[in-house]
Design a protein around this ligand. Structure first.
Ligand SMILES: [Zn+2]
Length: 317
């Protein structure tokens, strides 16, 4: 199962940031209550009628700021997707496939004439007639455009929070620093690894240290930094921590760049950002030669997670 990481969510965010600000919400239809947690009265007074002022991101959570002084927090989790359909025109042709993940033969996010933009877990719903059986919430804008929140397995969620309380919301409380933000400094990483016996990869996946890193980018960053993922956090030298810090920023930045600002790349790659994985260093490349030294990439387990390494570039001792 593919779980979006920071670059995938950033790709969706930047797509929405081009479309939503300036739009005014005319109505909200909640088809599954748990997908949008807010009292009915708040939906009527704080979402309906409000304009969208900004689309931001913190970790893997998107923050849609509204002119009502409230913000919608959105976490797509495993199967969530957002589909924006521009108003004033006929909807796209119905799809022909099922909603099985990855089954869409050409899950392009922009239908032929570019009237639809979608991001998130790739399914036929992105190209098919909406709403469909996976649609949980529908936002209708004043110009007739619609934003569908589809979520097959319903682990994703939206919630309404007062703008002034967003940063203190419990979903952000345990979240570590933003790896692409100014607070992510070498000394921060150093302090998080100090006295830690856990494997460095496990520490990187812990969202309380760094927000938004998952299996793909942890493997990629550790290879670039030439650090074996099973090493104890406390065993890394200052120089290795500096390399790892730079590597995290580089792999995330490269991936966002490969995804660009269009949703299409994310979707077309079967749920993986843009062209990044075509150029992946180690992720899902077991059996292939290391791009740095030619040694065969190995797949091992670290903390129950499938982990890709070059046994030559990343030594245990
Ligand atoms: Zn190598």
């Amino acid at each position: 199962m593919f779980v979006p990481e920071l670059p995938e969510v950033e790709t969706i965010r930047s797509g929405l940031a081009e479309l939503l600000p300036g739009q005014r919400i005319a109505g909200v239809e909640v088809l599954l209550n748990k997908s949008l947690s807010a009292p009915e009265s708040h939906i009527t007074t704080h979402i309906a009628g409000a304009g969208v002022t900004d689309v931001r991101r913190r970790g893997k959570i998107m923050i849609v700021d509204l002119s009502s002084g409230y913000s919608l927090l959105v976490h797509l989790k495993m199967t969530g997707q957002l589909v924006f359909e521009a108003g004033g025109q006929q909807p796209a042709k119905p799809g022909t496939g099922t909603n099985e993940p990855h089954s869409c033969p050409n899950p392009t996010s922009e239908t032929g004439d570019g009237r639809r933009v979608a991001g998130g877990h790739p399914t036929q719903s992105m190209a098919g007639d909406l709403p469909d059986k996976t649609t949980r919430v529908i936002f209708t804008f004043q110009d007739g455009s619609k934003l569908f929140f589809n979520d097959q397995r319903t682990f994703g969620w939206m919630k309404l929070v007062e703008r002034s309380k967003v940063e203190r919301d419990k979903c952000f409380m345990a979240m570590g620093v933003e790896p692409l933000g100014s607070q992510f400094e070498v000394c921060h990483l150093k302090s998080r690894l100090k006295h830690r016996k856990a494997a460095i990869k496990t520490l990187l996946l812990d969202q309380s240290h760094v927000a938004g890193l998952g299996n793909i980018y942890a493997d990629e960053a550790l290879h670039l930094a030439q650090v074996h993922p099973s090493r104890e956090g406390q065993s890394l030298s200052d120089e290795e921590i500096e390399r790892l810090h730079a590597a995290i920023i580089k792999v995330l930045g490269d991936s966002i760049q490969a995804g660009g600002t269009s949703f299409t790349s994310y979707v077309n790659a079967n749920g993986i950002t843009g062209d990044y994985l075509h150029n992946a260093r180690v992720y899902r490349r077991q059996g292939e030669p290391c791009r740095a030294c030619g040694t065969t990439i190995d797949k091992i387990k670290v903390g129950q997670r499938g982990t890709h390494i070059c046994p030559n570039c990343q030594k245990l001792t």
